[in-house]
Design a protein around this ligand. Structure first.
Ligand SMILES: Nc1ncnc2c1ncn2[C@@H]1O[C@H](COP(=O)(O)OP(=O)(O)O)[C@@H](O)[C@H]1O
Ligand SMILES: [Mg+2]
Length: 276
């Protein structure tokens, strides 16, 4: 197998319009004693279907929270579309609306309907009066209905979110994120608890939307198999440090740092231990 170049640390003096996310030597901590992430360098091209893989506790969710500004680094620089993510920063608010973040818990409102949950994605576009009274213009309702169909929830618009199956709940969370008109989609272990068939349906749905809308999709998984199957690029994190970045094209791994390993060996090493 040919030896391939490692991903170089991004240089911020040479910011490329191609890059939507750049992390340079990023460290972060929850308690100012231990680092949850150490020395992360990451550079993600616009329009990539990107996967982050690692075992439980390796820092995957923390990485997504850094990208949407819910956490800020202790050291290092992050740029998301040229901006430094921080939810407390008013300037970042507009950018945040274009980041569709789906937390592992999905964050659906249980007692409202599927359509109402999807419409929440349009909230940032409403004026003060409209958002105070949840008065969605007809155009937004029509769009929500269109997205509802696209994600395969036809006929379920009036169903309360708590009545849905695991797969359907994920479809609602994806639809709500798409309703935001995102440029970036962050999904935290969205298929982890699903059976194999449903997991694939959800992955197909996201991949299709990613291509159609030219989104940058960044998905966290704890199992490398789906990541290798769907992503263009896979970063593997172990104990808070990025140890590997793999480019995937169709069936073949096109580059990775330890160029003498086979795809099967990588799968074996980095597959989720709990499933072995
Ligand atoms: N709210 C928190 N407070 C303190 N430590 C946390 C918190 N969330 C995560 N951590 C710690 O940070 C590390 C990375 O966690 P996380 O990003 O949730 O991992 P993953 O998503 O890969 O399971 C773990 O050691 C975890 O215990
Ligand atoms: Mg997590």
């Amino acid at each position: 197998m040919k030896q391939i170049q490692m991903t170089k640390n991004p240089s911020f003096s040479l910011i490329s319009t191609k890059k939507i996310i750049q992390m340079n030597d990023v460290w972060t901590s929850y308690d100012s004693k231990n680092y949850a992430l150490e020395k992360i360098n990451m550079s993600i091209d616009r329009g990539t279907n990107y996967a982050i893989v690692g075992q439980s506790g390796s820092g995957k969710s923390t990485l997504l929270k850094l990208m949407n500004g819910m956490m800020i680094p202790s050291k290092g620089i992050i740029k998301v579309d040229y901006m430094t993510p921080n939810i407390k920063d008013k300037k970042f608010k507009n950018m945040m609306h274009s980041i569709g973040y789906i937390p592992q818990s999905l964050g659906l409102v249980k007692n409202i309907t599927v359509l109402e949950n999807i419409l929440l994605g349009a909230l940032p576009r409403l004026n003060q009066f409209q958002s105070l009274f949840n008065k969605f213009p007809e155009s937004e309702t029509q769009e929500a209905k269109k997205i509802l169909k696209q994600v395969g929830l036809s006929g379920k618009e009036d169903r309360k979110a708590y009545m849905l199956s695991g797969g359907e709940k994920r479809r609602v969370a994806i639809a709500r994120a798409l309703m935001q008109h995102p440029t970036i989609l962050l999904a935290d272990e969205i298929v982890s608890e699903l059976d194999h068939v449903t997991a694939r349906e959800i992955m197909d749905l996201i991949s299709e939307a990613q291509k159609r809308m030219n989104l940058t999709a960044i998905m966290v998984h704890h199992d490398i198999h789906l990541a290798l199957e769907y992503a263009n690029r896979v970063a593997v994190i172990k104990e808070g440090a990025k140890i590997l970045e793999i480019g995937v094209e169709g069936e073949s791994i096109v580059d990775f740092q330890t160029g003498d390993m086979t795809r099967d060996e990588i799968m074996e090493m980095y597959a989720d231990d709990s499933k072995k």
